[in-house]
Ligand binder design. Structure first.
Ligand SMILES: Cc1cc2nc3c(=O)[nH]c(=O)nc-3n(C[C@H](O)[C@H](O)[C@H](O)COP(=O)(O)OP(=O)(O)OC[C@H]3O[C@@H](n4cnc5c(N)ncnc54)[C@H](O)[C@@H]3O)c2cc1C
Length: 486
């Protein structure tokens, strides 16, 4: 058996997982190469705590080079820009072109050949979709460790002014009608609330949650009917009660149209226009994919074939346009394999979802205001592991493994902390299965009620904190890292 070349694009949750497992499964039978633009891995979920000053960026970042060196994975710091899945006329081995982002070779273009490619490039933070949105505009973000550090700084400045007796308005939420990751915005707003209380200024703050969800607790998955202490409770009720208790004012079904200094202009699902003056705003951007310019053997541009209009990579999903009533869990991919090139895979946020999970909604002017489907950490990592496992099977036996990781089958656990601290922290803990509701199998709620439950309490906070350390340990490739589940 000759040694195969597996190239992984992106050292985030799904790509890092895929690379580490591919090496573990294949050992010397494979050269694993990771190409990723940042020199450090970011455990993104804990950016929330960085964004309120309860953690530092260093707590959520891990230098990648030593981890890969220790685990015999080659790492190039760079950004993939082009894909040649049929190779060239004089060498049919497929390859990727990447642009170095490392010091000393910044901007240099290089080619890397592969037998198998795993695209795990995650989201492109599309702040440009809303004029004035984001760190280069008038709001902050917690999507990267450096964004979160700046968010904490801006929050602290506002808190200092409140301590001087000034009243302030803080807006947290989603910065466009088609955003995803509502869970992160939800978690951040409760952490901001906690921080304001901790610093004794909550009475000086109006805290607003601006979200594209039509109702609280949608989370981009059309809400969840949770078993709470033996009673089915919609996530809406749980969320409504939390927002009421903490005096956080929701603005629902909102599509921010533009931001100016200290002001956000929005329209909502009813078509109403509104504006909010703010002193601090953390609004998440919508996500796009990272489109790699792709060419066939004849140098024809095949990018539109491989990537969706939103720049995510098409895989083994059913992308036929369908009415909401016809959406099925079977539409969702199972192996994350490109339908055009059997040795190309896309996992995590990089793959193109077949449709939303939350039901599509437009306002009377036709503006789409609906959460895009979330692909959270747990499913993203599972996809990475399963694809690595299937590829390893193919390398060993000649036949691609048949393990699946469909969001129409698998569950996900989400814990949104409500502040930190061993004795003060709490969290909303939600487990759901499947992620994509299946109304044929579970006609009442779309999900298995035995596996779909939630609670608010301190234990969730402890678990979230424990997961921070466990996942950092795992990402470092520390001894027996694979024992820790995704
Ligand atoms: C603030 C926040 C909080 C969150 N909290 C939670 C949580 O509590 N629980 C949870 O389950 N999920 C959470 N998520 C979601 C979770 O972070 C994502 O599901 C997960 O990171 C997706 O993994 P990924 O590998 O697809 O993308 P990422 O983890 O973003 O990794 C993508 C990688 O690709 C790299 N890359 C980008 N472009 C290129 C290129 N051209 N070439 C090569 N590499 C490239 C990036 O630098 C990055 O290293 C949160 C997300 C955010 C933003």
């Amino acid at each position: 058996m000759s040694v195969v070349d597996i190239v992984v694009l992106g050292a985030g949750v799904s790509g890092h997982t895929a690379a580490m497992y591919a090496k573990r499964y294949l050992g010397k039978d494979a050269n694993i190469t990771v190409i990723s633009p940042e020199e450090k891995y970011n455990w993104i979920p804990s950016n929330i705590w960085v964004g309120v000053g309860q953690m530092q960026a260093a707590d959520v970042l891990i230098p990648l080079a030593p981890v890969y060196q220790k685990n015999h994975v080659t790492f190039y710091q760079g950004r993939a820009i082009e894909l040649y899945p049929e190779g060239r006329l004089n060498n049919s081995k497929p390859f990727v072109v990447y642009e170095s982002t490392g010091t000393g070779s910044l901007g240099e273009k290089k080619e890397i050949h592969y037998d198998f490619l795993i695209n795990a490039t995650g989201p492109k933070l599309n702040f440009a979709a809303t004029p004035g949105l984001g760190p280069d505009g008038f709001s902050v973000s917690v999507c990267t460790a450096s964004h979160a550090t700046e968010a904490a700084h801006q929050l602290e400045l506002v808190i200092q002014e409140m301590k001087q007796g000034k009243n302030k308005t803080l807006v947290v939420g989603t910065g466009h009608g088609t955003c995803t990751c509502e869970g992160a915005a939800f978690e951040y707003v409760f952490n901001v609330d906690t921080e304001l209380r901790r610093q004794g200024v909550r009475d000086k703050a109006e805290l607003i949650y601006m979200t594209n969800e039509a109702e609280l607790g949608d989370f981009g998955v059309d809400g969840i009917q949770l078993d709470v202490g033996g009673f089915i409770t919609p996530s809406k009720i749980m969320a409504d009660s939390l927002f009421f208790e903490k005096n956080i004012k929701p603005i629902l079904g909102a599509h921010p149209e533009r931001l100016e200094k200290n002001k956000v202009f929005y329209t909502d699902l009813s078509g109403k226009k509104g504006e909010v003056d703010f002193d601090f705003a953390m609004l998440l951007p919508p996500f796009k994919g990272h489109r790699l310019k792709s060419f066939n053997l004849q140098s024809e541009d095949i990018t539109d074939k491989l990537f969706s209009p939103a720049d995510f990579m098409r895989v083994d999903a059913d992308y036929t346009a369908k009415e909401y009533a016809d959406w099925k869990p079977e539409d969702w991919p199972r192996h994350y394999q490109s339908p055009y090139y059997k040795n190309v895979f896309a996992v995590g946020i990089a793959f193109a979802p077949p449709h939303q999970i939350s039901r599509p909604r437009k306002n009377p002017e036709g503006v789409l205001i609906t959460p895009a489907p979330p692909r959270t950490g747990m499913p993203s990592a599972i996809m990475g592991r399963v694809v690595a496992e299937n590829i390893a099977q193919q390398v060993k036996t000649g036949t691609l493994g048949i393990k699946t990781a469909s969001m129409g089958d698998m569950g996900a656990a989400c814990i949104a902390s409500i502040g930190t601290g061993f004795t003060r922290g709490a969290a909303v803990s939600i487990t759901m299965c499947p992620i994509v509701p299946d109304y044929q199998k579970y006609p009442d709620t779309g999900r298995d009620t035995k596996l779909t439950f939630g609670e608010v309490g301190r234990s969730g906070h402890w678990i979230k904190k424990m997961l921070h350390y466990l996942f950092i340990y795992k990402a470092k490739g520390s001894p027996f890292w694979w024992v820790i589940p995704e």
